[in-house]
Design a protein around this ligand. Structure first.
Ligand code: GLN
Length: 304
């Protein structure tokens, strides 16, 4: 399989379709990015890197960072984590508060905001300098220093963070929150405001294509069984209320962010990151999803 030719073909075809969406504007600082950017990077299981378009340009990874933070706490808490967060798809938008009340403060999964806040709370319980340690962890997975926290994006989200703040208080009312709310929110907004390129993002997901072993970090990051479980969660919950459609069209475990990025994994073959800022009404990148659909259609193998 010539991956470079494959992603170039996909890139061209998507560009010709001239798809349109809307850049996330509820984080004002993100609304200022050039909407026409588009990049794809693929990293095969041996660590070879292929790229096209704006694949080397750093962008705001937003909710994709929830996979990195989940990985960090999964290592510490293992299955005990699932007493605080469930592993069911929600069918609701990423920032929904609706299910939290009747599910008694146990979020449906670690990728909706409520679940990710519990994960960040657990992170704050175990790590003394969580923001630095998340950055260091992602740098290690990518095999180079590549992560930068964009403080303008972080502050912009903090200034408009009413919904996430409400979720945190709600979780606390159910005693599913152990650290000071302000501290956890700052760590959450900081890891969402991390910037990196498609190349580095795809490298940082490589261990999930490789049964938990990162060739860039040269170590077993998760056990094989944990790695499979993170992939199962991405397949069922990685795109919120569009998870079913993504599984149907693309058929890969993946995670999106409102910065327009999507990172996905073809186990035992490759990891891939696609970025384009314009989003559909579910908050997922229009071009990135289309690119992955075309790409998996063209492959001679699949997850299934
Ligand atoms: N930081 C964003 C938020 O909490 C992340 C959302 C996303 O990328 N889906 O709203």
């Amino acid at each position: 399989m010539d991956y470079q030719q494959l992603i170039e073909e996909v890139y061209q075809e998507v560009q010709e379709e001239n798809l349109k969406g809307k850049v996330a504007d509820y984080i004002p600082e993100i609304a200022t990015v050039d909407p026409n950017q588009f990049g794809i990077a693929l990293v095969d299981i041996k660590g070879n890197v292929f790229g096209v378009g704006d694949h080397q340009k750093p962008f705001s990874i937003q909710s994709i960072s929830k996979v990195h933070t989940l990985t960090m706490v999964f290592n510490f808490f293992n299955s005990k984590l699932w007493t605080r967060v469930n592993v069911e798809p929600s069918g609701d938008p990423f920032n929904s508060i609706a299910q939290l009340e009747y599910e008694k403060g146990i979020p449906r999964n670690p990728f909706i905001n409520a679940g990710a806040l519990v994960i960040t709370d657990a992170l704050c319980s175990k790590f003394e300098k969580p923001i630095e340690q998340v950055s260091a962890f992602i740098n290690e997975l990518a095999g180079e220093t590549c992560v930068m926290v964009n403080n303008d994006v972080k502050n912009s989200e903090m200034d408009h963070g009413e919904r996430n703040t409400a979720l945190a208080y709600f979780l606390k009312s159910f005693k599913n929150f152990n650290n000071p709310i302000d501290q956890v929110l700052e760590v959450y907004f900081s890891h969402c405001a991390m910037e990196m390129s498609c190349v580095d993002l795809a490298k940082s997901f490589s261990f999930l294509a490789n049964d938990g072993y990162s060739i860039f970090a040269d170590r077993q990051v998760l056990t094989e069984s944990q790695s499979r479980r993170v992939n199962a969660l991405m397949l069922t919950c990685g795109f919120y209320d569009e998870a079913g459609e993504f599984a149907y069209k693309v058929g890969l475990p993946g995670k999106s962010g409102v910065g327009g990025g999507v990172a996905a994994v073809m186990p035992h073959k490759f990891s891939i990151a696609v970025w384009s800022p314009e989003l559909n009404e579910k908050g997922n990148s229009v071009k990135a999803i289309r690119a992955l659909e075309l790409l998996t259609d063209k492959l001679s193998f699949s997850l299934f």
